[in-house]
Design a protein around this ligand. Structure first.
Ligand SMILES: Cc1ncc(C[n+]2csc(CCOP(=O)(O)OP(=O)(O)O)c2C)c(N)n1
Ligand SMILES: [Mg+2]
Length: 548
């Protein structure tokens, strides 16, 4: 006779799965719909830190940032309809960014469903197209199975977000304690036939170019790949907002295919006779709105390696392809023998183009962001984590701030405003020994600025740089291009950002001239807590090298 298995609530079994998965942080806004889970978390405070946020978008963005940094699913908990809809932006971001994430959402009691009960939402329907998987757990005794499947689904192949809805009454039901385990990430590797075929193509290539993007990398695999490319002079470009995949000072670094890319890099991609894309989906932004190649060209010259089988041939028919985990593919490629210094001149030319592009540019106003971010690069260590949301300020940051290390950039490829502030809070909480800097536009900042309270509450000493041009500048730029002289809906009457930050308890200062930035940044880093620098810029300096 075995002793009778202990009975625990479904909420307690959920928390047991979190522990088995090695979850260290839960980002949340509490709700009455999942009180039982919160109560179960109270028993494991020493193992899982619950971070209480001020808005579900903040909590969910923090979760994405955690997932991006760790490569493992971040965990977010929000309440029914209002909480879930607030959090939805980050589900979209995680999806576009290929970042693993679990969003737990409270749900009405099972007996009330389909009446449009208070805050009821059909989560499978609402999140179906946004998430990688959306499920509602109806049976308390299937909690362990389905939550474990959620953790597994989030990381396999192309990583992504999973939404798990939890009916309130189900959470309180008692079930026998079931065994829990960590889920394994299955890796896939390119086979020898693919590697031989790739070697042959490389052998024949005169102007090859490697493009790296996506997720599923590791620092050692990227080091191996960078060494391999460096020995032969194979030029390396990075995809939109994946600037931390290769040291931007690498002799083969050709630049990034972001918004407003180096025209000479765009030309280089067009001229390439072999494109070796690893992890990159080659989506709208890095391909200039799908114009950088034709499908006929890719069928001749694209070698595509991606962890998700569904991404191969999705837009671009490849000449050769492999489904593989990025880190595993990189290690395998690094074993392919290449002639030493074969493309040395190509790499040197690409490098020279990249160098010329990050030379500071002249501006109209008193603050020159190209010099500010060049200084930021000089003042920060290689492992500093730089976070941003969306807006033209980010074009300055991405162009003039070279990244040097893997895991040092938290930027949404979805172009979601409001990401930078919560990402910085999360980064500082999970990597307290690293410097963390958020760069936000005035519009971008106020979308999630209430999370400064979270930064203060948990002593997350990030430095927040607010680039204030008094405008939703990106949109203004597009207006002036498409409807000149008819600006509408883009002017912003802003608060006093220094006073705003101080009201939360942050150290804060204003910069109105480029020369003031270094001292302000030094003081912000030495402030001993979260700090904010309000940088006043001139709306005329709408983009690098471009006047409104
Ligand atoms: C959540 C969200 N809403 C709207 C947009 C559209 N949008 C893109 S950039 C931008 C303006 C950004 O303004 P700001 O942060 O001040 O940066 P700036 O362009 O002025 O440098 C807007 C509204 C978006 N990308 N994300
Ligand atoms: Mg602005």
């Amino acid at each position: 006779m075995t002793p009778e298995t202990a009975r625990i609530t479904a909420a307690q079994s959920l928390v047991r799965v979190l522990l088995a998965q090695g979850v260290t942080h839960v980002f949340c806004v509490p709700g009455e719909s999942y009180l039982a889970v919160l109560d179960a978390l109270a028993d494991v405070r020493d193992k899982i830190q619950v971070i209480t946020c001020r808005h579900e978008a903040g909590a969910a963005n923090m979760t994405v940032a955690h997932g991006k940094l760790s490569g493992r699913p971040g965990v977010c908990m929000v309440t029914r309809g209002p909480g879930a809809t607030h959090a939805s932006i980050a589900v979209h971001t995680a999806r576009q960014d290929s970042v693993p994430m679990i969003l737990f959402v409270g749900q009405v009691a099972r007996g009330q469903r389909d009446r449009e009960a208070f805050q009821e939402v059909d989560y499978r329907a609402a999140f179906g197209p946004l998430a990688k998987w959306a499920v509602e757990i109806d049976q308390a005794d299937r909690m362990v199975e389905l939550v474990q499947r959620g953790f597994s689904t989030a990381v396999q192949g192309r990583a992504g977000p999973v939404v798990i809805a939890l009916p309130e009454d189900m959470l309180r039901e008692e079930v026998p304690e079931a065994p829990v385990s960590a889920s394994a990430r299955a890796v896939s590797a390119p086979d020898s036939q693919f590697l031989d075929a790739l070697a042959e193509r490389l052998e024949a290539a005169e102007r090859p170019l490697m493009i790296l993007g996506g997720t599923g990398w590791s620092a050692p695999s990227l080091t191996a790949l960078a060494g391999w490319a460096g020995a032969s002079g194979l030029p390396i470009a990075l995809s939109f907002r994946r600037k931390d995949l290769i040291d931007n000072d690498h002799p083969c670094y050709a630049g990034d295919l972001g918004l407003g890319p180096n025209p000479r890099l765009v030309e280089r991609v067009r001229r390439a006779d072999l494109i070796l894309a690893i992890g990159a989906r080659l989506g709208e932004n890095p391909t200039q709105g799908y114009t950088l190649f034709t499908r006929e060209e890719t069928a001749r010259k694209l070698v595509h390696i991606h962890p998700g089988a569904e991404e191969i041939g999705r837009v671009w028919p490849p000449a050769l392809a492999a489904v593989a985990t990025c880190s595993v593919a990189a290690e395998a490629l690094a074993q392919i023998a290449l002639p030493k210094a074969r493309w040395r001149d190509e790499a040197a030319a690409a490098r020279a183009d990249a160098d010329a592009f990050i030379e500071p540019v002249p501006v109209q106003g008193r603050v020159n962001l190209s010099e500010v971010f060049t200084h930021l690069r000089q003042a920060t260590p290689a492992d500093a984590i730089v976070c941003n949301g969306a807006g033209n300020f980010a074009a300055w940051l991405h162009r003039f701030y070279p990244h040097r290390q893997f895991g040092a950039q938290l930027a949404p490829t979805s172009g979601a405003m409001g990401f930078g502030v919560p990402a910085a809070v999360a980064a500082k909480l999970v990597a307290p020994n690293r410097e963390v800097i958020a760069v936000a536009g005035d519009g971008d900042f106020l979308m999630t600025a209430q999370e400064l309270a979270t930064a203060m509450q948990y002593k997350a000493a990030a430095v927040f740089i607010v680039v204030d041009n008094g405008s939703y500048g990106t949109i203004r730029m597009h207006q002036e291009r498409d409807y000149p002289g008819r600006a509408i809906a883009t002017d912003l009457a802003n608060p006093d950002f220094v006073a705003y930050a101080r009201a939360f308890g942050l150290w804060a200062a204003r910069v109105e001239d480029t020369a003031q930035f270094p001292a302000a940044f030094r003081a912000a880093r030495e402030a001993g807590g979260p700090a904010l620098i309000h940088v006043k810029t001139d709306i005329r300096d709408i983009a690098p090298g471009r006047i409104l």
